[in-house]
Design a protein around this ligand. Structure first.
Ligand SMILES: Cc1cc2nc3c(=O)[nH]c(=O)nc-3n(C[C@H](O)[C@H](O)[C@H](O)COP(=O)(O)OP(=O)(O)OC[C@H]3O[C@@H](n4cnc5c(N)ncnc54)[C@H](O)[C@@H]3O)c2cc1C
Ligand code: SF4
Ligand code: SF4
Length: 1074
């Protein structure tokens, strides 16, 4: 039986079962080792380098794909499976699910319907600590599809759950029924009235919407810290908020209109009077029912007062029943009831927001108080004074985690009772901001609240972006820091409560007692104090019934504490399954009954996300807890938050980083369970895991850029690929790689010939016939042609001598990478010359003497080998190159220009010599630092596009790209694509990742591309990335293979930025002569 993490190994070496063991550093699980020895089966050991666990872990056994659910509240779901036989994929579907699958065959193509165990599990996971595995996942592309899917679900009585970014924490975005997951197609947007309003579809990430509004000086009100990962659908449905938005700027208070799909597929567009008139006719019972409830609530003074009071602070427990007291018009009531309804009343297919001003003038102060009471009193005073935009409280435990961070060393040695407030003041201009700062300082001083800063340096508001960023980064790091250091196999739990600000101190003290009582010694509390909202972060394993009981007892205690302080059990994260059993405790019987009536009115058959918000099961919050088994050292600290997903080029085709980790963990768990059925399931999962998780990963590591705990899933993938090859040392592919490495120059010499031959066929056959032919040939040879494939590069020539170039004592070592030595421009591009010719031309104009490293034709950084799973050959190549460059640059004394960004990053990562590393530059940084001052640059281009490769983003070179591009063009469109997915030639082998190929029905997900204009041309705006062809003459970047991918996905020719520089510059001397 083959095992997951080394598929090739199991294929090639052994037909016997291989036992996998997980070890923490040197601390291997001894029981397993002994057991393995006794079995004498081949043993694989995965070192979990980040894990600190020392005790043997129990493998929990409560995730299911086929166990009858008991939690959801849906009668249908509570029925048992008809057959107990193991079945996977469509064969496992029964009853209504089987029929639903049949019914939707003509609605959604098979490529977007998933029933296999890998993708149902992976797509079904959200950021909460609950696990339910959907039976069917459908990627839905538009509203018309959604209507039909909802209707067929109603027909078959199969509940549905909508899914946006999957960053929910309370268990509201998961299901064991049908998951309707939004594809990357929900991207309609319209900005109007000078940015005062924006209409968006639910697939936009909140941060992207803000980037579209930035040129207007506006943004959306909600500001959750998941801003760059959560989607509009989730923001509306959870009524999310954050540090600055408070209650006033959440979706409930800033929504203008919604377009809603109801349980029977009916549409209501609240902006359209015709739609409303029709809804009133067809759904009179809903309109009447809502009005009846509003009347009942308004007539009940006690209930109305309770509702008003509870929503004066943040509250996402239960439904937004404030709509029943805030509005008289049924249209407004229905619209506002949808906000925060967590997909249980209807689907939001469009949202129009009233935007809010985005003030640029801001300053922050980190103020330490001697006691939590002082900090809480200060918050209360500041709230009354209405002069601050954010006040974040951090308890003593939180402060300990950031005392070693830059600009925060003053926290060292403060007393055990200290509590801090991070305060931000903003203004529409500097004067307004200063007035607010003055008011804030006066408020704290007048209240006589002693601060430690008085002794240190007063209440010090800083305007320095570096200092302010350090403060806010420290605040934002509090959750990840707990996640990063937790024991492997435990979950990070994030509770989210709010109390009236006057009760904040009591809440803090109560939480401290609670952490001690239930032995959550790593627990800390911090949060949006201005709104009385605190987050509690702590870690918890759910391996044993005792641990689950401890959690249950703590939740009971917490809920009683918060309710006794007149607070909200969920301030901003939504009720979900997590506090559904406590809704009545918080709201009382009358209000809860109103909520049930609303649910029955809008969803009479209980098919929309049943069991979420309202649930009759008092134990729903302790069921279906997510196991987080130890799986691989690189990813064991993953919290499954989903922040990495938006950076991943393969996410829209196969799996995102989080989903790769989830699948890896589950196979690991199943293997560790070691029962016949678990091994059978693991085997089934491995069938698709290799392609979905390993082959289709670009291994670019962009996920690490977004991950709060810096997990590079690509590294795990490379490691697994390498292990698979490593174990096959005698295999012919490994031997072939070694031969290729040893004869690299010879091999690369043949590449231009091959490329030119392919190009000749392209010329003879034309693009259409060639595309057709390649669709047959591509799968056979494993490389897929596209019309933008490079032609062969011209051979690299010796650089002109110093005398010929008029070199002014300036020298540069030019490392033309193997990619630029072999790949020239594509057919159809008017450029004929190769990158190295353009680079030499620019260097000559700037008066540089160019030195080519000896043995250049054999030189390679090794990336090509490493990314394919041949790290040994890659290392050899890298070592050779380092020696060549040390010699050519006189040990790093002469600067080195490398023309390909991914290669430069690999060199920086793997070279040993520090001086050499700091002497190496990509084309943009070299141009900015060494060339521009020696050249006359003209804005010759009208409108161009720029793509910063992921490697350059990681090396923080973005600013140089922008600088060069803006010097050469009147209008520059900056690509929003985090990674093009090309990853060397992987995009040619798996074109679907880079936006080509039939599997990829959506091209590279278009984001909001920033268009930066010369002031003479007009103000900055944004466009969708797929509009780049219409807006820009060409695109420029610094990686030839990425450029092929970008050209193919946009239809616009992309090439090296050196072409742009050569076109737009002349030597200073030439100007003098002219
Ligand atoms: C580390 C971390 C920090 C966080 N910080 C904050 C914070 O500061 N403030 C905050 O408020 N939240 C926070 N969250 C929670 C979460 O990110 C937000 O609630 C977010 O808005 C959820 O959006 P999503 O796109 O991930 O939605 P999902 O999780 O996919 O879905 C959320 C809910 O909306 C429903 N839904 C999705 N799309 C639609 C639709 N189109 N129509 C109807 N229903 C729909 C789903 O069924 C589900 O019930 C945080 C989460 C994490 C992991
Ligand atoms: S890899 Fe990082 S960003 Fe991605 S889900 Fe895990 S913790 Fe979150
Ligand atoms: S390395 Fe790239 S493709 Fe692979 S999981 Fe990370 S972001 Fe996705």
């Amino acid at each position: 039986m083959k095992r997951l993490l080394r598929p090739s190994l199991s294929r090639a070496v052994s037909k016997r079962p291989i036992r996998r063991l997980h070890a923490t550093g040197s601390d291997l699980n001894k029981q397993q080792m002994a057991h393995a020895a006794a079995d004498a089966e081949p043993v694989q050991v995965v070192l979990n380098t980040t894990s600190t666990s020392t005790k043997p872990r129990v493998v929990p056994d409560f995730i299911i794909n086929h166990v009858a659910p008991t939690h959801s509240g849906s009668a249908w779901l509570q029925s048992k499976r008809l057959s107990e036989k193991e079945a996977y994929g469509e064969a496992s579907l029964e009853g209504g699910y089987k029929q639903f699958r049949e019914d939707i065959r003509n609605i959604v193509p098979d490529s977007r319907v998933f029933t296999d165990p890998v993708r149902t599990l992976a797509y079904g996971t959200d950021a909460s600590f609950y696990r339910l595995v959907p039976k069917i996942v459908v990627k839905v592309h538009d509203e018309a599809e959604m209507i039909k899917l909802v209707q067929y679900a109603a027909k078959n009585k199969t509940p549905v759950t909508f899914r946006a970014g999957g960053t929910s924490l309370s268990g509201q975005a998961i299901t064991d029924s049908i998951l309707l997951k939004l594809g990357h197609t929900w991207r309609y947007r319209k900005i109007w009235d000078d940015g005062k309003y924006i209409t968006v579809e639910p697939g936009w990430i909140l941060g992207q919407v803000n980037r579209m509004l930035a040129p207007y000086g506006r943004k959306l009100g909600p500001d959750p810290s998941s801003i760059d990962s959560c989607w509009i659908g989730g923001v509306v449905a959870n009524n999310s908020s954050g540090m600055c938005c408070g209650v006033a700027q959440n979706t409930y208070h800033t929504i203008k209109d919604l377009r809603i799909v109801f349980h029977d597929g009916t549409i209501l567009d609240t902006a359209d009077s015709v739609s409303w008139a029709s809804f009133q006719r067809t759904h009179k019972h809903i309109v009447d029912g809502v009005m009846q409830l509003a009347k009942q609530v308004k007539a009940d003074e006690e209930l109305s007062a309770l509702i008003r009071k509870k929503f004066s602070i943040k509250c996402t427990t239960g439904y937004s029943i404030n709509a029943l007291v805030d509005f008289d018009e049924p249209l407004e009531i229905i619209k506002h009831l949808m906000v925060g309804s967590e997909g249980t009343l209807g689907f939001v297919s469009r949202a129009t927001y009233n935007t809010v001003p985005d003030y640029k003038d801001k300053a922050s102060a980190f103020i330490v108080f001697p006691t939590v009471e002082d900090a809480s009193n200060a918050t209360w005073e500041l709230r009354k004074a209405k002069c601050t935009d954010a006040v974040e409280l951090m308890d003593r435990r939180s402060l300990r985690t950031c005392e070693n961070m830059e600009h925060l060393h003053f926290l060292r040695g403060i007393p055990d009772t200290a509590t801090a407030l991070l305060v931000e003041c903003r203004g529409s201009n500097a004067e307004e901001m200063q007035a607010r700062i003055n008011q804030a300082e006066k408020t704290i001083n007048d209240a006589g609240l002693l601060t430690y800063h008085v002794r240190l340096n007063g209440i010090n508001f800083s305007r320095d972006p570096a200092v302010c960023t350090a403060y806010w980064d420290a605040r934002k790091a509090l959750i990840p820091m707990v996640g990063a250091v937790r024991e492997a196999g435990t979950s990070v739990l994030l509770e989210d409560v709010a109390v009236p600000v006057q009760n904040l101190a009591k809440l803090c003290n109560g939480l401290e007692e609670m952490f001690n009582k239930f032995e959550y010694y790593d627990g800390s509390a911090f949060g949006h104090a201005l709104e009385g909202n605190l987050h509690l972060v702590f870690t918890q394993g759910f391996d044993t019934p005792e641990e689950v009981k401890r959690y249950e007892a703590m939740m009971d205690y917490l809920c009683k504490l918060v309710v006794s302080l007149e607070g909200s059990l969920k301030a901003e994260h939504g009720t979900g399954r997590n506090v559904a059993p406590y809704v009545e405790m918080e709201w009382g019987k009358k209000a809860t009954e109103v909520m049930w009536k609303l649910k029955n009115l809008f969803d009479p058959s209980d098919l929309l996300n049943p069991g979420v918000i309202l649930n009759k099961d008092p134990n729903v919050h302790t069921q279906n807890l997510k196991p987080l088994p130890v799986a691989h050292g690189i990813v064991d600290s993953c919290m499954e938050c989903g922040f990495c997903e938006s950076a991943c080029p393969s996410g829209h085709v196969t799996l995102t980083p989080r989903q790769r980790i989830v699948a890896t963990r589950e196979i690991s768990r199943l293997e560790a369970l070691n029962t016949a059925s678990s091994l059978d399931k693991a085997e089934e999962m491995r069938k698709s895991y290799e392609y979905l998780a390993l082959d289709s990963c670009a291994a670019d590591g962009m996920c690490a850029e977004k991950c709060p705990v810096n997990i590079n899933t690509g590294r795990m993938v490379k490691d697994l690929r390498a292990k698979s090859v490593e174990s096959n040392t005698d295999s012919y592919v490994n031997q072939l790689a070694t031969i290729a490495s040893k004869n690299f120059g010879l091999m690369m010499g043949g590449v231009p010939i091959v490329l030119n031959t392919v190009d000749l066929f392209h010329k003879l056959l034309g693009t259409k016939v060639m595309s057709l032919a390649s669709s047959f040939v591509g799968p056979l040879v494993g490389l897929h042609w596209n019309p933008y494939l490079a032609r062969g590069a011209s051979p690299i020539k010796a650089p002109p001598s110093a005398v010929q170039t008029n070199a002014q004592n300036k020298k540069v070592v030019y490392f033309a990478t193997c990619v630029s030595r072999t790949m020239g421009p594509a057919r159809g591009d008017f450029e004929e010359a190769s990158i190295h010719e353009k680079t030499m031309s620019v260097l000559a104009k700037a008066g540089y003497e160019v030195i080519l490293p000896k043995g250049l034709s054999n030189a390679c950084c090794g990336l090509i080998f490493d990314s394919r799973g041949y790290p040994k050959q890659g290392e050899e190549q890298g070592n050779n190159l380092e020696a060549l460059l040390l010699e050519a640059s006189e040990n790093g004394a002469i600067p080195i220009l490398c023309d390909t960004s991914p290669c430069l990053m690999r060199m920086k990562e793997t070279f040993q010599d520090a001086k050499l590393k700091s002497a190496m530059y990509d084309p943009t940084e070299f141009a900015a630092n060494y060339l521009m001052e020696h050249l006359v640059v003209a804005k010759r281009e009208k409108s161009i596009a720029i793509h910063v490769p992921c490697s350059s983003k990681k090396m923080k070179k973005d600013k140089y790209f922008e600088q060069i591009a803006r010097a050469c063009a009147m209008e520059v469109t900056m690509s929003p694509v985090p990674c093009c997915g090309m990853a060397g030639d992987r995009g040619l082998r798996f074109p679907e990742i880079s936006g080509g190929g039939v599997q990829s029905s959506v091209k590279v997900p278009p984001g909001a591309a920033m268009v930066i204009r010369d002031p003479a041309v007009g103000p900055n705006t944004t466009i969708a990335w797929d509009e780049v062809k219409d807006n820009c003459s060409e695109g420029f970047s610094t990686s030839r293979t990425c450029e092929i991918s970008l050209s193919n996905s946009t239809g616009s020719h992309f090439k090296s930025i050196m072409y742009l520089l050569d076109r737009c510059t002349i030597a200073k001397e030439s100007q003098a002569t002219a």
